[in-house]
Ligand binder design. Structure first.
Ligand code: EAX
Length: 328
């Protein structure tokens, strides 16, 4: 599905009310917001909060419209060009636009959710957001998907050895691809929009995604086995088009920043609740779930390839992230 082409060049459609009275015409500027998975999801929770805050703080001069688009590279390009105003995307393809974000895609970089959220909320996260304008994108806020877990339709994965030989869809992300190569899998990069057909047709045996994505996209319909590998944290980002942001006055920009904050809070809360209830729900839907994973074995297997996986990344930044502690 190619939403960008289907929706065409939808640049700030003005729905002007031509009032015949003396009152000034009310012009509502449309803000088109695209992201994958759908509105009833952790991304949708972010969009809904964004819409509520941004429309309210701008006295309804803007109207936020949501459209689903499962091709994240496409939505980032659309933001860059200005054919849509904003998107939420995983960092999967973002490194192809702002290479520094790839540092966040290293397996087992973050110890837990508090570590990941803490780093993204710290100056480290802020510094990364500031890299975007030079690439023609305004990065408004860090959101998230949660930690990624493996699913497949071939066998129960208990140890790193079980991953060997599996054809695994990865995001279009060289760090993730190198990690799966290290585990002896056959990484097959593709957009999220191609994932379900690829699993249905058996082009790939498995994939990896956090619980909120597996749950809200019904991946249980095309995958039998889930293993809670938690092998990598999956940040997400709320990105907007400079063409949109540059035409905002100072107050509207402050509203945008606040809407981004509220989006992050709502998104994280939904990830937390999906993670709490999602595993049982996926079991109920028929998946086998391996919960007791020998994480040390996966970490050791990936550590053996760390030189290759982290090739071209910023080792000073990676050390800073690893050294981060609450309150620092
Ligand atoms: O952003 O492509 C992916 O697997 C992403 O995790 C998903 O689209 C959510």
């Amino acid at each position: 599905m190619n939403m960008t082409r289907r929706t065409g060049l939808k640049v700030l459609a003005f729905s002007a009310t031509l009032a015949l009275s003396a009152a000034p015409a009310l012009a509502q500027t449309q803000v088109t917001f695209q992201h994958p998975i759908g509105i009833n999801s952790h991304y949708g929770a972010g969009t809904t909060a964004f819409k509520e805050t941004f429309e309210r703080l701008t006295n309804n001069r803007f109207r936020v419209i949501y459209q689903r688009n499962d091709n994240e590279r496409e939505t980032i390009e659309a933001v860059q060009i200005g054919t849509i105003e904003c998107t939420i995307t995983s960092t999967g393809p973002v490194g192809n636009f702002v290479a520094e974000t790839r540092n966040l895609d290293v397996p087992f970089l973050f110890r837990d959710t508090a570590h990941a959220r803490g780093v993204l909320d710290s100056t480290i996260g802020q510094e990364l957001l500031q890299r975007f304008p030079a690439r023609g994108i305004v990065a408004v806020a860090w959101l998230e998907n949660g930690f990624r877990h493996m699913t497949n339709s071939r066998r129960e994965v208990n140890t790193p050895a079980d991953v060997r030989g599996l054809k695994v869809r990865t995001m279009e992300n060289p760090v993730h691809m190198r990690a799966f190569q290290t585990l002896g899998a056959l990484p097959t990069p593709m957009a999220f929009s191609e994932l379900v057909p690829a699993l249905q047709q058996g082009t790939v045996d498995g994939q990896e995604n956090p619980i909120p994505v597996i749950l809200n996209n019904n991946l249980n319909q095309v995958q039998r086995h889930l293993t809670l590998t938690g092998h990598v944290y999956s940040p997400a980002m709320l990105l907007c088009s400079p063409a949109f942001v540059n035409q905002l006055n100072a107050q509207d920009r402050a509203a945008l920043v606040q809407a981004g904050r509220d989006a992050a809070v709502a998104n994280r809360a939904r990830v937390t609740s999906d993670e709490q209830t999602g595993v049982d729900e996926l079991r109920r839907r028929g998946m086998t779930v391996v919960t007791q994973v020998d994480s040390a074995a996966f970490q050791a297997a990936l550590a053996s390839g760390s030189a290759q996986i982290e090739q071209g990344l910023d080792s000073a930044l990676l050390s800073r992230i690893r050294a981060w502690r609450p309150g620092s």
